[in-house]
Every structure is written in C-alpha cells, then in structure tokens.
Design a protein around this ligand. Structure first.
Ligand code: XMP
Length: 310
C-alpha cells in the first residue's frame, strides 16, 4: 500500500540531498502533478525555490490567473512569464503531431533555460509521473516532459532536472496532494497535458484556432463538471464541413467532444454520457462559437485510440 506521508518525508529528504545549496525553479502549470512537485520542493528548500508559470498562450480560459492565485494562496513565491508570441511562432507551418510536440518541448525547455539564467538556478523541477515515462519510452508518444529517458541531456538547456514524482501514478499523486492539504480544486483536478490546447488543434496551431478550442473546452468542462469523469475536452479538426448558419450555407469548423473514464490514463473508456448532456454541449458550441457547424462525440476507448488526438 502506498503511504503518502512516508513518500512526502522521503521525497523532501531526497530533494535536499540532490540540490544542496542550489536554487531551484519549479515549472508549475497548475495541474495536480506539477503543483504537488512544486509544493514538495517548496517544503524542502523554502526560499531557495521559486515556482515559474510560463504563459504559452495555450492554456484554458482563466488558467494563468488561477495558477498564480493558487500558488500565492499556498504561500509559494512565484513568477509569471508571458511567452505567448514566442510559442505561436514555433508552431508556424508544423502540422505533424510529433513535430508539434517536439517544437513545444524545445521551446518550453529553452524558455526555462532563459529564466534559469535570470534566477541563477541549477535545477528545474517538473511533475513528470510514471505514466508519462512509460508511454514515451514505449514509443506511444513523446510526452513533452520526458527527456533523459529518451537520450536528451537536460544540461544542454543549461540546468539539471528534478522529478520527485517519477515513480508515481496519478492516483498516488492525488493521495500526496490530499496529504499535503492542497485544495480540492487541485488534488481532484482533471488531468491536462503540458502542451495544453496545442494537442487539441489538429494541424497547424494558431492563436485563432486556440481561441476556438479554448471556448469549446470551457463549454465541455462547464457541462460535465458534475459527472466526475477522468477527462472531458474538445478537439478542433483540421477539416471543414458544410452547415447552415442564419439560414445560409457555410463551410465551417468541426469539433469533437472527448469524455473518458480512466484510473491512470494508461487505458481509458469513452464515457457513456447522457445524450441530453451531449446535445446541450453541441448546441452551446455551435451557437456560442460562430465558426463551428458540427460537433462529434468520440466513442473510441484507449486502446486503440489514445486519450488526446495528437
Ligand atoms: P494519451 O493521449 O497518451 O494521454 O492517451 C494520456 C494522458 O497523458 C496526457 N498527455 C500528456 N501530458 N504531456 C503531458 O504532460 C504530453 O505531451 C501529453 N500527451 C498526453 C493526456 O491528457 C492524458 O491524461
């Protein structure tokens, strides 16, 4: 049986031993994994740790404000870095899922390289968990936060990496979050991928497409918040379809709604969501987002699909 209290004590000791007198940045996206990693590092190192949130322009509605507020409320020193323009720049002309993922990963670590120079730190902490490593090493996809395991030396970006959660799966991370006394909105938070909405725009990622998927995601989340599902989100297709808006034929966007039940993200089932809820989501998406003419519901389990489309 996993003992979260024991894990926290052991982890704090290990962080202190590894880091010594160095300063550490904790890359915090606001998800349960990176927030737990951030709190552990903060507990271990106090003012030698600073949490950094990079706004890559790919986050959900209200997310940047939520992360800064949460960290501040917990009493963790934090820094907000606006890098929206730079991130959209690296996606230009990229349509392949793995190419986009790699572009995101490279920009992400380079940006942290810049911040680490400014903060004069030696380590970056991130919330990588065991499932991320398993899937990357297993060749399913290159999770953005897995480097050393696929032969990339993080020191090429100018720092060492600390991954206090790399032996844990999601349910254990949640136990640690509860033991640390984190608010429910963190400990029970729906998983959200590091490359964020970029995985949910098929084809080239642009600010305009992200705005569409951000709004659709907000609607899906609002309409499913009572369901207790593992993940619920929207995906914007790279194709168009015919529809009717204001009595006229339009060639508009297609959005897929993905709602899955899972324990640890390694396998998942497409959730049997009440039809009325799906109809309501569809109706809101097609009326509140002017360019969307069609909503689909994905009924594929993992495997053979993955949870994300990219
Ligand atoms: P897949 O799509 O592989 O997703 O079935 C499994 C879980 O991982 C999340 N995911 C990611 N998380 N970086 C992350 O931090 C990534 O590159 C990434 N890709 C997928 C996904 O949301 C699900 O919870």
């Amino acid at each position: 049986m996993f003992d979260s209290k024991e894990f926290i004590e052991k982890s704090i000791k290990e962080i202190r031993k590894t880091v010594g007198e160095n300063k550490v940045i904790s890359a915090c996206s606001g998800g349960v994994d990176s927030t737990v990693a951030t709190v552990l590092v903060h507990k271990a190192l106090g003012k030698n740790a600073v949490a950094v949130f990079i706004d890559d322009g790919l986050r959900r509605e209200g997310e940047p404000e939520f992360v800064v507020k949460t960290l501040t409320n917990i009493g963790i020193r934090n820094r907000f870095v606006d890098a929206k323009k730079e991130f959209f720049e690296v996606f230009k002309g990229k349509v392949d899922a793995e190419e986009k993922r790699k572009a995101f990963r490279d920009k992400f670590y380079k940006k942290f390289g810049e911040v680490s120079k400014e903060e004069k730190i030696g380590f970056i902490t991130q919330g990588t968990i065991k499932a991320d490593i398993m899937e990357t090493v297993g060749g399913i996809k290159s999770q953005h936060n897995v480097l050393e395991q696929i032969g990339i030396n993080p020191e090429s970006y100018g720092y060492k990496i600390l991954e206090p959660l790399k032996e844990l799966f999601k349910p254990e991370v949640r136990k640690v979050a509860r033991e640390l006394g984190l608010p429910k909105e963190i400990s029970e938070r729906m998983p959200f991928p590091g490359p964020a909405l970029s995985l949910r725009v098929l084809g080239e990622v642009t600010a305009e497409k992200i705005a569409i998927v951000r709004k659709a995601t907000q609607i899906v989340e609002e309409e499913t918040k009572e369901l207790g599902v593992f993940q619920a989100f929207a995906v914007l297709h790279n194709d168009k379809a015919t529809g009717i808006k204001k009595g006229k034929r339009v060639y508009g966007n297609i959005v897929t709604i993905r709602i899955v039940d899972s324990q640890d993200a390694v396998t998942a089932r497409a959730s049997q969501v009440n039809y009325e809820i799906l109809k309501c989501i569809c109706s809101r998406i097609t009326t509140e987002i002017a360019t969307v003419v069609r909503c689909l519901y994905d009924i594929t389990d993992k495997p053979p699909a993955t949870i994300e489309f990219e």
